[in-house]
Design a protein around this ligand. Structure first.
Ligand SMILES: NC(=O)c1ccc[n+]([C@@H]2O[C@H](COP(=O)([O-])OP(=O)(O)OC[C@H]3O[C@@H](n4cnc5c(N)ncnc54)[C@H](OP(=O)(O)O)[C@@H]3O)[C@@H](O)[C@H]2O)c1
Length: 217
């Protein structure tokens, strides 16, 4: 698959490395860090618009404060599958900049008219880069997938599973406003005092309905 990654910081470069290792074609979009990541991983680099046009899936991995500029530069995104990894963290990580009745994912969708936005906040970049998502009792952390387009969700679901994460269909895009605070909880625990390598896991009795086959998509 062709993956365009906008934002080549901790998360974007870790995702790019993992997916390139798995045989996907990766293009990074952005500035100096995108250039660096592309050289290091021998992948492609372009403007945000070139990266958005390249990807079968476009992965947005920029800070919440940067979504305006990144998406303006990435247009047009109509019809594109846009995986938002963005959580609405305040720059100092002390909390969420928005919430309750809104989410970073919904703000991304507002700035990318016609895009098939899928919200899925991945596990911590250091765990992805370390190639092991096995935590307590050998369980992998859950990635909650939200979106309004079933086919787009299936594509992102496949990519999340390739990371070795546990993927759960959490429902439509607006459910991201519930997911993002849960991810903020993980950030809060991870960075309170001595840094801890943590993930969240949804435990569920019985089988999980595959994405696109249930009524929750
Ligand atoms: N890190 C994690 O473990 C993790 C886990 C889950 C979700 N997330 C989410 O992923 C996003 C990125 O986090 P991060 O930790 O990777 O941040 P980071 O290390 O600070 O990297 C942010 C990247 O965004 C790039 N960027 C900024 N403005 C841009 C623009 N207009 N166009 C293209 N690229 C732009 C920066 O490029 P320059 O350096 O060249 O300016 C930098 O490479 C955040 O929304 C965060 O909530 C992170």
């Amino acid at each position: 698959m062709k993956l365009g990654i906008i934002g080549a910081g901790s998360l974007g470069s870790a995702l790019g490395e993992r997916y390139a290792d798995r045989g996907h074609s990766v293009m990074f979009g952005g500035g100096a860090s995108a250039q660096d990541a592309a050289v290091r991983l021998r992948s492609q680099v372009g403007s945000n618009a070139e990266t958005a046009a390249f990807g079968d899936v476009v992965i947005l991995a920029v800070p919440f404060a940067a979504i305006d500029a990144a998406l303006a530069d990435a247009a047009p995104l109509r019809g594109r599958v846009l995986w938002s990894c963005v959580n609405a963290l305040k720059p100092d990580y002390t909390g969420l900049a928005i919430g309750f009745d809104n989410s970073a994912a919904e703000e991304v969708a507002r700035r990318a008219p016609g895009a098939k936005v899928v919200a899925a906040v991945p596990p911590f970049a250091n765990a992805i880069a370390g190639r092991s998502l096995r935590y307590d009792r050998d369980l992998a952390p859950t990635v909650f997938i939200c979106g309004d387009d079933s086919a787009a969700k299936r594509m992102v679901d496949g990519l999340v599973r390739e990371l070795g994460a546990h993927s759960v269909d959490a429902g439509p895009l607006r459910v991201a406003r519930l997911v993002e605070p849960a991810m903020m909880l993980a950030v809060s625990i991870a960075y309170a005092g001595v840094p801890r390598d943590v993930g969240l896991r949804l435990l569920e009795r019985g089988s999980v309905v595959p994405i696109g086959e249930g009524s929750r998509a």
